[in-house]
Design a protein around this ligand. Structure first.
Ligand code: GTP
Ligand code: MG
Ligand code: ZN
Length: 290
């Protein structure tokens, strides 16, 4: 019996890396019966049939997993957003950060396509990004190959997931690190100003001690697992001041003497608070789905 890491899942096959070799594996039916699906990032035990094929017999315990993109055992999520094309959105950034925080995974923020901005736009954006730095997120505004390489120094040992809309430049970033991989990158359609979902499967690519997961761009964000008490804990700058709220269970919405509300516009960025209220509202009004 061997142990290995699933680095790619495609068309019912799991590609497992073990001791420098790659095996194309199927999962045994027992997984389906138990409702378990192996994910990219899973450590597994497998039985080999020959030099290239095998079947997975056991999933080793996961430390975490994301639904979208489907990856297990994540050490860092790089939330990738473009400065332009597709349009920059603080709203999407905040939603993304909340989702990653809700799984107790470290997020950091990468804004691409700096080269498409004027100097004024750059300083406006840097100013916003400084706020995210001040609340503890590693944040990079990058453009060309050189920036991309510098950014890759921030990868942590283990599994780093690139996550963001289609067309923001996730695969381009990996190509900067591993030109030999020659991942397919897409063009932005002019009419819609967004990507065309060039990447269609999740794949881990090794860069030294780090793995980077290239993922398809998402088209919707899933936060059905987040309730309003979890939500407020996903804003680190709220957590930092909430001991000064009058009520211990303060949700920072209508309560009097709320330290979070008092800090909005001062030390807390208004858009962050607006997006918090918006997500809170979506959580409170969401329908129970069967
Ligand atoms: N101007 C500019 N274009 C970039 C930059 N990074 C990526 N691009 C371009 O943006 C387009 C989309 O890049 P991809 O790397 O395919 O984007 P992706 O995030 O992998 O998209 P999906 O696979 O569809 O999720 C390509 O035409 C890239 O050449 C950048 O820093 N500046
Ligand atoms: Mg891609
Ligand atoms: Zn409060």
């Amino acid at each position: 019996m061997r142990e290995g890491l699933i680095y790619k899942a495609l068309s019912g096959f799991y590609y497992v890396e073990s001791e420098g070799m790659s095996f194309q594996c199927r999962a045994r039916g027992v997984f389906r019966k138990r409702g378990l699906t192996p994910l990219v990032g899973d450590r597994v035990r497998f039985q080999i049939e020959n030099e290239t094929d095998g079947y997975i017999t056991e999933l080793l315990p996961r430390k975490n997993e994301l639904v979208r993109p489907p990856v297990a055992n994540i050490d860092q999520v790089l939330v990738v957003m473009s400065a332009k094309e597709p349009e920059f959105s603080l709203n999407l950034i905040d939603k993304f950060l909340v989702i990653v925080e809700s799984y107790d995974i470290t997020p950091s923020l990468v804004v691409t396509k700096k080269d498409l901005l004027t100097p004024d736009e750059i300083s406006f954006l840097e100013n916003k990004l400084d706020y995210y730095r001040s609340i503890g997120y590693q944040t990079h505004l990058i453009s060309n190959l050189e920036d991309q390489r510098v950014m890759l120094d921030t990868l942590v040992t283990g599994i780093n997931v690139l996550s963001g809309q289609s067309g923001v430049g996730k695969s381009s970033l990996i190509n900067a690190a591993r030109p030999d991989m020659n991942l397919e990158t897409g063009v932005i359609s002019n009419a819609l100003n967004r990507g065309k979902h060039t990447t269609r499967h999740v794949e881990l690519i090794r860069n030294g001690k780090a793995y980077i997961a290239d993922t398809p761009g998402f088209s919707s964000l899933e936060y059905a697992h987040i309730d309003k008490y979890m939500l407020k804990n996903c804003f680190p700058e709220f957590v930092a001041v909430e001991q000064n709220c009058k009520y211990r269970e303060c949700l920072h919405v209508n309560e009097p003497k709320c330290a979070v509300k008092e800090a909005v516009g001062d030390t807390i960025l208004e858009t962050r608070y607006d997006h918090y209220l918006q997500m809170m509202n979506e959580i409170e009004t969401r329908k129970v789905r069967y």
